[in-house]
Design a protein around this ligand. Structure first.
Ligand SMILES: Cc1cc2nc3c(=O)[nH]c(=O)nc-3n(C[C@H](O)[C@H](O)[C@H](O)COP(=O)(O)O)c2cc1C
Length: 322
């Protein structure tokens, strides 16, 4: 069992379509308070930020959260625009996405698609950092196609005042497949004088313990998918406590009701709400016995009443196994 360690910070990773303000608030009010959360990336669409993305960052929708908005861009002007816009909303830091692996993004040299071009990263930081009103942190992968990219980038980043570098220890081409490359991450730690945060597949207390032992100087950790499948994971890591399966099911059920109520109150019609709930259940189902059957049941649902009936069924007949 891990002993509580208050210097250890664990943040909730951004997941587009999942960790929106409904989810962040549900999580933050029903489980351990999150040290930090990041919004899924904001992007300019024909010069504007989408309404749904604006809603997601509005401070009134994110009360009680230490939230850092994330941006996706390779343009100096857009970077400056975002920083000013978010500073006007009172944000002190923005996070630059250099990790997105999707071809639509990478082929335009954004996200992890910018990693093979260290000189462009340097140029953007040189142009923006002195004049923008917010601090900047970076979330990046090891590289786009190979993990050598980051070895060229970290010495450049050392020249700039960044608040943190979060490293998802995969390359872009891997998408979310295969394993994080811990050896490559280890090389990065020695190459940077910035605060480094580790991210990638921290899927259990045991995995966390192993990484924590290996990287004694790392105090910042980020967890995404495993904390959505099992929202107790961060609490178990931070507080070192064991929570019974029945308590977990009860507390999860309460988070679930809150999330469902928030969505039914805010989204229009069953189609939108149920597709969103299905998205969440892709992850939640992993913590239940018969997880595939559970997910299938939710996926097939197209009315509120059937959804509620299925949820009742799952909570009464399946066990929490995570
Ligand atoms: C569906 C999905 C959406 C994601 N959206 C974002 C995003 O908007 N910004 C970002 O930096 N990372 C995004 N990620 C990557 C996660 O933040 C995280 O780096 C990755 O899942 C590895 O961490 P994990 O193993 O703890 O989930 C996304 C991942 C998934 C699976």
């Amino acid at each position: 069992m891990v002993s509580p360690d208050t210097s250890r910070k664990i943040s909730l990773a951004p997941l587009q379509g999942i960790t929106d303000y409904h989810f962040r608030n549900a999580f933050n009010t029903h489980f351990i308070r999150i040290d930090k959360a990041y919004t899924p990336f904001l992007r300019l669409d024909k010069g504007d930020i989408k309404k749904s993305q604006i809603k997601d960052v509005l401070p009134e929708n994110n009360k009680g959260l230490h939230l850092i908005p994330q941006i996706l861009t390779n343009s100096v002007d857009e970077f400056i625009y975002f920083s000013k816009y978010l500073s006007d909303l009172n944000y002190k830091e923005i996070n630059w996405n250099l990790g997105c692996p999707f071809p639509m993004i990478t082929k335009r040299q954004m996200g992890s698609g910018l990693l093979p071009f260290p000189e462009k990263i340097e140029h953007i930081l040189e142009k923006v950092l002195d004049i923008i009103p917010t601090k900047v942190s970076i979330k990046m992968r090891l590289g786009y196609e190979n993990d050598g990219d980051i070895l060229k980038i970290l010495p450049i980043l050392d020249k700039f005042p960044l608040s943190e570098i979060i490293i998802h220890a995969r390359v872009g081409k891997q998408m979310y497949k295969g394993k994080p490359n811990i050896e490559a991450f280890e090389k990065c730690v020695g190459l940077s004088s910035h605060n480094i945060c580790y991210n990638g597949d921290i899927d259990s207390v045991a995995t966390f313990d192993k990484l924590n032992k290996q990287f004694k100087n790392i105090n910042n950790w980020m967890i995404g998918r495993p904390a959505i499948s099992n929202p107790f994971l961060i609490e178990e890591i931070k507080e070192g406590k064991t929570i019974s399966a029945s308590e977990k099911l009860e507390r999860f059920s309460s988070l679930h009701s809150y999330l469902y109520e928030q969505l039914t109150g805010n989204l229009s019609g069953p189609g939108h709400t149920l597709s969103k709930m299905t998205h969440y259940w892709e992850y939640f189902s992993k913590s239940f016995s018969n997880s595939r059957k559970v997910y299938k049941k939710i996926k097939k649902t197209n009315t509120f009443s059937k959804f509620e009936e299925n949820i009742h069924d799952i909570f009464n007949n399946e066990e929490w196994v995570a």
